[in-house]
Design a binder for this molecule. Sequence first.
Ligand SMILES: Nc1nc2c(c(=O)[nH]1)N[C@@H](CNc1ccc(C(=O)N[C@@H](CCC(=O)N[C@@H](CCC(=O)N[C@@H](CCC(=O)O)C(=O)O)C(=O)O)C(=O)O)cc1)CN2
Ligand SMILES: [Zn+2]
Length: 734
Amino acid sequence: MARTAVLGLPRVGPNRELKFALESFWAGRTGAQELQETGRGLRRAGWERARAAGIDVIPAGDFSLYDHVLDTACALGVLDPGDYFAHARGTATRRPLEMTKWFDTNYHYLVPELVGDQRFALDASHWTEPLREAAALGIRTRPVVLGPLTFLALAKGDKPPLESLVPVYVQLLGELAAAGAREVQLDEPCLALDRSPVELDAYAEVFAALVQAPVELCLATYFAPADPRVFALPAAELHLDLVRAPQQLAAALDQVPGRLSLGVVDGRNVWTTDLDHALDPIDTAVAKLGSDRVTIAPSCSLLHVPYDAARETAIDAEIRPWLAFCGEKLDELRILGEAVDGDRDALLADNRAVTSARRTSPLTNDPSVRTRAGALSAGDYDRVAPYPSRREAQRDRVSLPELPTTTIGSFPQTAEIRAARRDLKAGQLGAPEYDRFMQARIAEVVAHQEQLGIDVLVHGEPERNDMVEYFGEQLHGFAFSQFGWVQSYGSRCVKPPILYGDVSRPEPMTVRWWQYAQSLTSRPMKGMLTGPVTILQWSFVRDDQPRRETCTQIALAIADEVTDLEAAGCFAIQVDEAALREGLPLRRGEQDDYVRWAVDCFRLTVAPARANTQIHTHMCYSEFNEMMEHIVRLDADVISIEASRSGMEVLDAFTGSLEYPNEIGPGVYDIHSPRVPSVEELERLLELAEARVGRDRLWVNPDCGLKTRGWNEVRQALTNMVAAAHRRRAAVRA
Ligand SMILES: Nc1nc2c(c(=O)[nH]1)N[C@@H](CNc1ccc(C(=O)N[C@@H](CCC(=O)N[C@@H](CCC(=O)N[C@@H](CCC(=O)O)C(=O)O)C(=O)O)C(=O)O)cc1)CN2
Ligand SMILES: [Zn+2]
């Protein structure tokens, strides 16, 4: 019999129980006991849900109070588990670990820092405790362990050779066996990135040592095709992501020595699986290997999808059956398992009806959108004039000081602001009262920036729940969930909108807020938009057409907003593309095509702007290497980037052989930390920036928006930022 398996479950809780337990614990309202109790309850609910769905292989140790890479670093003795949250969040005296994207997802992990001659020392309790908890409930589980290759690849600092991790992993596998594990899932997503033959040979040796342990090793790859050399490794089971990389199946079938786990249910998206389609590779594998050597699984951990689509009763009744969150995906796995030798017409009848209804629904198809996108020509992607003449036109229109100061958009999203939105949704606050309340918040933010002496202002984004969800809610072609939360990092969650159909903008989305904000000041007020690639990347996107086409439709919708903001008199329009880098395919061979269309979509969005309208963009990450030619091709008038943690080193990418020709604002204030930077420190960063980029092209701003910060810190940090800019203006030109 083919079996069913799950690689990992969501962990924030169906009602974000973990988020609230963490925030309450950090605020000192509850103790460690209660937090652990919440964790145990969430683990138990996940296991019981999977058991009830009839899943054969249920994961354990995938749960985390903050992040699974941090858990691994603590368990291996790289970090002190006693300082768990201090590593994650920092303290008054210690900065937190760096945080970065988990592959091409919107989940963020903490980056362990390794030191020269790094020692490892095992504490296996992160896995042995849940293993025993589950056993006490009568549930056999499979521990999920982040493998040595991936752990090392994700860490930074003075990295030891891979072999040096063998003893601690062998010990871990031994302890898991002793604690009752029959098999262990070893996650090695990095085996699906571009690895050199030398690295793969080294891994083969390490793996040969690991399989000596008295447990079955199930080697899991996902997000991209595994390197073909991985197929022959002596794993009891090999897991492949057949949603992202179906083409790897044939070669894998020829080579795997053990079981093959087929990732056929999309763990990264929310659409009901076409089960007939999913059965194709399953049938092929069963014919070749026999059903005993076949496991049916999601493509990756279900961490990246919400809990239950069945709860989303507010979503259009025609669309809801198209959706499968975690709970529905578990059911799909069971049906697939039964369908291997079962009566398919009976088992798949419902699924066939849903799949064909979606395929033929007029809801997904808007002829006017298709006509518009189909009529695009090369000129539609270019602004009216090249940067040098735009720069002149903009300087003629608005005169700014040297080293102009600005912020990235959001100001603190206070509990009060969120409560107003909750009350509006619950019908306890009328729309006019809500608008007045938000206008008052905007007025505060504007007055505050004027007092500080900031040059280019923002309205603070109080009316937005999230920079992507807010636009999704106003665009045609999107549905939005009530409970569809997904963890982004630690206690922070996002509720990605669900893009099911052709996208268009029925009416202006931001113009009246911008007009109100601009009416309060004579300084320029930036219009603030989220760019098409970021909306695409942070939504659950239809899988029935290429992403490029969907992104083009979003670009046209946002372009309409650019046009309307400009017509309303807006001088500076910022189009955030915080997820442009994240969308980069993991395999180099696919990257060029992506960057080309992603940059095209940005250009299409801002192309309608006149020469004397200043287009800003923002990207809060610092990996620009090998991306520079594409960043240049965006041709934004001003780009703001994250730079403070790297001490302005990211600017090296902007001053290398391909010098960045337009204006740039390297972030000087690290908004991920509650720490307030001093004037001296900010001045030093600006000096470093001036040494790399000419002063006449430099802007002064924080790394990113201020929504997660408190007002106290923000007030002080911005005061210092403006003071530092003034001091640099007064300093003699170098
Ligand atoms: N989509 C997205 N991805 C992103 C980012 C981003 O801003 N957006 N930034 C980067 C870092 N990631 C982040 C992700 C989330 C948050 C964040 O602050 N999330 C908020 C939720 C934002 C939100 O939707 N807020 C809703 C409120 C939802 C809520 O909690 N409502 C309460 C009621 C309100 C209350 O009493 O607090 C409830 O439903 O119970 C709103 O403002 O309306 C959180 O987890 O706390 C920050 C950064 C990268 N990826
Ligand atoms: Zn940002």
